[in-house]
Design a protein. Structure first.
Ligand SMILES: Nc1nc2c(ncn2[C@@H]2O[C@H](COP(=O)(O)OP(=O)(O)OP(=O)(O)O)[C@@H](O)[C@H]2O)c(=O)[nH]1
Ligand SMILES: [Zn+2]
Length: 224
């Protein structure tokens, strides 16, 4: 049975639970069937929260019961890649990879409403226009007077705590996600790298993440 920040039990299904003021709790759990790579259907639970400090509608998708050290993916929203399949970045294939892994083996995906590394959709599209004029993904942010990356993972840590998770295996190539989670009290026991989903359109983007974003990406020539 998952716990709120204050340790009370929350039901897997049923009425929303109001947490004490100032804490984060589970608001609702709704089952969503997800098709695994082998074609079988498996139930995921979409989880909403109360009390998140940034007021954004972040959600979790949980597969199976919470393990001692579950595999967790923090996925920042990318409308262009996640929904429309844009190949300018690697977000779509990363999301599919994580969902498939979690659906097969259990764990939690946190879908964080941090479009454009936190600058929002319209600003990200403005940044794309600057990239089309030659700037890289970080320089384009700076040209628009944003820092390279505005993402804060405090809400992610709070969501994990509300789910009763304090130790995780984190599915990411981004060291900042692991460092921030640790600073917010989540023990990252292991960092599990994601695949490298390289194509002719996102090559520049992945190079910039590896060179300036500190991502653990080995860009082997010819990687698809
Ligand atoms: N500002 C900006 N944001 C972008 C651009 N391309 C993709 N993004 C955003 O970058 C974020 C990528 O999210 P993730 O895949 O969760 O994170 P990551 O930093 O790549 O780290 P991983 O966990 O290794 O995937 C999403 O919010 C995208 O919308 C871009 O060119 N400019
Ligand atoms: Zn993307």
């Amino acid at each position: 049975m998952p716990k709120t920040l204050h340790g009370e039990d929350t039901p897997l299904h049923g009425t929303p639970v109001e947490p004490p003021e100032g804490s984060v709790g589970v608001r609702a759990r709704v089952e969503i069937p997800v098709q695994r790579a082998d074609g079988a259907w498996t139930p995921g639970q979409m989880v909403t929260f109360t009390g998140l400090g940034d007021g954004l509608e972040h959600v979790a998708v949980q597969f199976g019961p919470i393990a001692d050290v579950p595999l967790v993916r923090l996925h920042s929203e990318c409308l262009t890649g996640d929904v429309f399949g844009s190949a300018r970045c690697d977000c779509g294939p990363q999301l599919t990879e994580s969902m498939q892994l979690l659906a097969a083996s259990g764990g939690v995906l946190l879908y964080l409403r941090q479009e454009g590394r936190g600058i929002g959709l319209y600003n990200k599209l403005d940044a794309y226009r600057l990239q089309d004029q030659g700037l890289d993904t970080f320089a384009a942010n700076r040209e628009l007077n944003f820092s390279d990356d505005l993402r804060d993972y405090r809400s992610a840590a709070q969501m994990l705590q509300a789910l009763g998770v304090s130790r995780i295996r984190l599915h990411t190539n981004n060291p900042d996600k692991a460092a921030q989670l640790a600073s917010y009290g989540v023990e990252v026991v292991e960092q599990v790298r994601t695949g490298i989903f390289r194509n002719e359109n996102n090559d520049h983007y992945l190079r910039a993440k590896a060179e300036y974003g500190g991502h653990s990406i080995e860009l082997v020539e010819g990687t698809a």
